[in-house]
Ligand binder design. Structure first.
Ligand code: ATR
Length: 279
């Protein structure tokens, strides 16, 4: 029940209408009997939003597209790793009772979410992982893998963007036409290829899939993407698009509350919500 002592959490972005984060975090609050609520908040002006959230007493806020970079200029402190990545997806507000001042601190949990999802199925140090895509998600996945001691290869539709990310990561870039030459343990799709309604589309030729041991997709609608179906049929271990979302959310929850949330409850809530949406 929402009352005068309810702690406030939420997500800012544009759009946030379809975010699964509220379902995931609210399920954890309920399971842990924490009097907290997590709400989606569509935001245009991120500067106004940060000062508003601080003034209203919010404790923890997720940040999503398009504000992950621009929010950084409006925070008091930024975690050194988030600073290196150049993107913040998590805000923590602290109230200083003596002065009444509120400080906002930014973190990045996306790279940890990706590492935790992959590390469940493969040993990261010394492994080779091919990442398809070169946007914000690829940056977080690639950063995490390099941090964990894996060797990364980037491939992307737009060569310039792909090469820029590969340079930033200090790794190899591969043209899409040359993917058949790549030998790697893992494959991560960070592009939107395969997302509904174009759910038959594949981000890589199916005949190349048997070369990988582990295949992760960050697309979660549908949950069993064409890529994951073909990968499973080729004998690969698969990781679905809820894994990174879940683990980055679990790390956020720990930052906000100091407590480890029940990940099984959070995943079950995500699955229920996805099932509800697909009717
Ligand atoms: P995000 O922040 O979620 O990573 P993004 O920054 O828009 O999203 O990045 C989307 C990625 O998916 C990009 O690498 C994009 O490739 P381009 O750099 O060539 O645009 C890739 N992508 C999107 N649609 C694609 C498609 N139909 N085929 C191949 N790659 C696609």
């Amino acid at each position: 029940m929402v009352d005068g002592t309810t702690s406030l959490y939420g997500i800012i972005g544009n759009p946030v209408r379809h975010s699964l984060s509220p379902v995931m975090h609210n399920a954890a609050f309920t399971a842990m009997s924490i009097n907290g609520i997590y709400v989606p908040m569509p935001v245009h002006d991120v500067a106004d939003a940060v000062s508003g959230l601080a003034a209203l007493g919010f404790i923890g806020v997720s940040v999503t597209v398009p504000h992950k970079k621009t929010v950084m200029a409006h925070l008091d402190e930024i975690d050194p790793v988030a600073m290196r990545i150049g993107a913040v997806n998590t805000l923590l507000f602290r109230n200083h009772p003596e002065t009444g001042a509120v400080t906002g601190r930014g973190f990045n949990t996306d790279w940890l979410g990706s590492n935790l999802a992959l590390a469940e199925k493969m040993k990261l140090p010394g492994s080779r992982v091919l990442i398809l895509g070169a946007g914000g998600a690829a940056r977080a996945v690639g950063f995490g893998l390099v941090e964990a001691g894996a060797e990364v290869i980037i491939s992307n539709r737009s060569e310039d963007t792909g090469r820029a990310l590969a340079d930033w990561l200090g790794c190899q870039f591969c043209l899409r036409e040359q993917l058949h030459l790549i030998q790697a343990d893992g494959l991560v799709n960070t592009t939107s290829v395969g997302m509904e309604p174009d759910s038959d589309a594949l981000p890589i030729e199916a005949k190349l899939l048997p070369d990988f041991r582990v295949v992760m997709d960050i697309v979660y609608a549908p949950l069993q993407t064409a890529l994951l179906q073909k990968a499973a049929a080729a004998g690969c271990t698969t990781i679905d698009g809820l894994a990174m979302l879940l683990y980055q959310g679990a790390v956020q929850f720990k930052i906000w509350t100091g407590k480890q949330p029940p990940q099984d409850v959070m995943r079950a809530a995500l699955l229920t919500e996805l099932a509800r949406r697909t009717g």
